[in-house]
Design a protein around this ligand. Structure first.
Ligand code: 5GP
Length: 346
């Protein structure tokens, strides 16, 4: 046994220190970024916020709305080929810039992404997602995907430490998804004791990835637009959201009414709900590592997006960043023991 005594931080442990700035208004701030990837020759530009590949968030309906604002969606892996066909027929001309096809690491997953890319070779992004990105099998799968698809942009995760970021980049991934345990419907930390505070995970993984020319996604743990800003400030190239995008018209999950109030069901992808739905139940050897919750119905996702993007523009003006690109270099975090004043919260 070994113990690391350096304190690791989450979003709740810091605030961003304001700095003198020449910016007059939030409207002067550009949130668009352009990325050139490590392996794929694709260049991407857009607002680097992503809908998570959960069946309640990474829906086709969500992708259409997010793409209008140049945001990205990792489409969940449970759509059939027929559903892909229907979507691709009605989606606008450049949707391939704003969506990823998701995959696990099974044989069937590999076959299915093969079928989707066979049908729609213009799709560029693959999101290879497993709860635990530390297995040799996962690294081999990333290598296999890179051999099969030399020019696709490969997203791989999830991990939380620099050495594994490097290993996955060297195995062929372009972008590493970072986060173990911070998710709103995740119970990994409770069920296993394993995890890493998200802000420190971003800082350490971004450093490792950028050193090799790779990119990272901060995945999970954002509760407010301020957390999204902190994730970018810490060095994330993209920020992935689950819970903040749940509960909308465009989100999956059934609507329920409780005492006259509307709610939408939201659940983790390793929750009992998801496993019953997609794989016929929780296997005996494992525990479910996700929750099922009811999220108050929030209407159209565009209003939430405006709130998030408005917050982020405002962060940039507080620190004098005229572009999102400058936010990390202009960020000084201060460690704190308080956040918002909750006197009037319900
Ligand atoms: P959120 O934005 O809701 O805090 O986090 C979203 C992220 O939580 C997802 O992108 C995914 O990485 C993670 N996640 C989704 N479902 C589960 C689950 O059932 N268990 C765990 N451990 N993580 C989950």
């Amino acid at each position: 046994m070994r113990i690391e005594t350096e304190l690791k931080l989450g979003f709740k442990d810091v605030m961003i220190r304001p700095k003198r700035s020449t910016l007059k208004s939030r409207s002067q701030v550009s949130l668009e970024r352009e990325y050139k990837f490590l392996h794929s020759s694709s260049i991407w530009s857009g607002v680097p916020i992503m809908g998570a590949n959960m069946d309640t968030v990474g829906t086709f309906e969500m992708a259409l709305e997010l793409a209008k604002e140049k945001l990205f969606t990792a489409i969940h892996k449970h759509y059939s080929l027929e559903e892909w066909d229907k979507f691709m027929k009605k989606a606008p001309g450049n949707i391939q810039e704003y969506i990823a096809v998701s995959s696990g690491t099974g044989k069937d997953d590999f076959k299915k992404i093969g079928e989707i890319f066979g049908q729609y070779p213009q799709l560029k992004f693959i999101c290879i997602d497993v709860a635990n990105g530390y297995s040799e099998h996962f690294v081999s799968f990333v290598k296999k995907a890179r051999n099969q698809y030399p020019d696709k942009v490969i997203i791989a995760g999830n991990v939380v430490t620099g050495e594994m970021v490097e290993e996955l980049l060297l195995a062929g991934a372009d972008i590493i998804k970072v986060g173990i345990g911070p998710g709103s419907v995740c119970t990994t930390r409770v069920k296993t004791g394993v995890g890493y505070p998200q802000l420190s995970a971003i800082i350490e993984c971004a450093d490792a990835a950028h050193g090799l020319g790779g990119h990272i996604i901060s995945d999970g743990g954002c509760v407010t637009p301020g957390d999204v800003a902190k994730a970018f400030g810490a060095g994330a190239d993209f920020v992935m959201l689950g819970g903040m995008l749940a509960g909308h018209n465009e989100s999956g999950g059934e609507m329920v009414e409780i005492n006259g109030e509307k709610y939408k069901k939201f659940y983790g992808m390793s929750s009992e709900t998801a496993m019953n739905k997609h794989v016929g139940g929780v296997a005996e050897y494992r525990a479910s590592e996700g929750k099922t919750v009811q999220v108050p119905y929030k209407g159209a996702v565009i209003d939430t997006l405006k709130d998030i993007l408005g917050g982020l523009r405002s962060t940039c003006t507080y620190v004098g960043a005229s572009k999102l690109k400058e936010l990390t270099k202009r960020t000084t975090f201060i460690r704190v023991l308080e956040q918002e004043n909750v006197i009037f919260n319900k």
